[in-house]
Design a protein around this ligand. Sequence first.
Ligand SMILES: *[C@@H]1O[C@H](CO)[C@@H](O)[C@H](O)[C@H]1NC(C)=O
Ligand SMILES: *[C@@H]1O[C@H](CO)[C@@H](O)[C@H](O)[C@H]1NC(C)=O
Length: 417
Amino acid sequence: MHKGVFVLALVVFIPRAAEALDNGLALKPTMGWLHWERFMCNIDCDKDPNNCISEHLYMQMADVMVKEGWKEAGYEYVCIDDCWLSHQRDAKGRLQADPKRFPRGIKKLADYVHSKGLKLGIYADVGEQTCAGYPGSLNHYDTDAQTFADWGVDLLKFDGCYMDWKLLGEGYVNMSKALIKTGASILYSCEWPLYEWPFRQPNYTAIRETCHHWRNYQDVYDSWSSIKSILDWTSSHQDIIVPAAGPGGWNDPDMLVIGNFGLSHAQQESQMALWAIMAAPLLMSNDLRDICPRSKKLLQNRHIIAINQDPLGKQGYCTAKVNDFEVWERPLSGNRLAIAVLNRLEIGGPRDTFIKEVPGWKICSPLCNVTQILPLYKEMGVQNPESNLVVSVNPSGTALLTVIPVSGDFTGLHSLL
Ligand SMILES: *[C@@H]1O[C@H](CO)[C@@H](O)[C@H](O)[C@H]1NC(C)=O
Ligand SMILES: *[C@@H]1O[C@H](CO)[C@@H](O)[C@H](O)[C@H]1NC(C)=O
């Protein structure tokens, strides 16, 4: 018998609200670019060769993402949406890309994107057809999952058109299993709850076990009214959806439309700030080949991205709607808090609000360190619960702050006080 060797076995139970699809993917919200909102189903490459859905579009975006700092900022996935497919499956029943627009096929495109150190996303549909009428994956889940794995695809956006809503859950679960069975690391982006909400409240425990992120609400448009409707839907359903989010699974409020035509700069700042608070996937849909420097700077703002990607992985929520201000907060790692104050009054100029009137301000006890990230980066120093600190918010803009409580040992802080 061996003597003096003791092995202490610890069994640790970590309680979790819901089990995530546990394959090490999407531990932080996905970042990348997705063609839909900006390029839609533009398939006329004779008339519009530069903007049509073809392999060139994704190769050019991949090139720009590397050259212009997007990859370095964290944007990693180059994603194809609807309209890439041929209308016919091949002789072996496999999906195939439109041969005119993707002459080298998806595998070659994936190789190209990988050679740039980026990842490729693709699109398919749980039902009989995609939303734009291309072949759907119903009754072909195993074949299609294997095809995507063979091509080296890294993400699947799986839409929910042309599907009996009562079979949505089964279809999404079956595809999830088919993807896992391939052994490839394919991130799985679902639209299951979006298509189920009109009929009943979706089961977010099951969705989180199945998908890495999931769309809940309508497609984003390039307009402030669209952004507001997404925020309103989210705040009015936050008790149901916020607990479902965490490392491995995220609510997806749809693409960032920053850098397009419809939003003022203040509104672009609001989308960026609130998408960070919501722990949303940051999938830009814009033309990275031609984007205004101010939008680019906002999309690459490392302070906002750090809030979005915070390792605690808790989704934020709305805490107050008062005086045409909307206050959102997000708990961050290190006992920090992000606070967003959105000015919903669309008349007049910038309006001030006392930060001490914001619910989350109670975290500032006995002292805290405040940094404003939007509209301008500003270190606001050490504050106390009675501080008369004021933030100024532009109409339809957002002030974004981080608050770090300072407590315990005050030595070393005297110079700040
Ligand atoms: C899902 O898979 C189960 C088990 O193979 C099968 O019975 C069911 O019909 C499938 N549902 C759909 C929608 O594919
Ligand atoms: C929701 O899904 C979970 C996990 O699949 C399951 O255990 C639970 O019973 C479902 N809840 C309802 C109300 O159907």
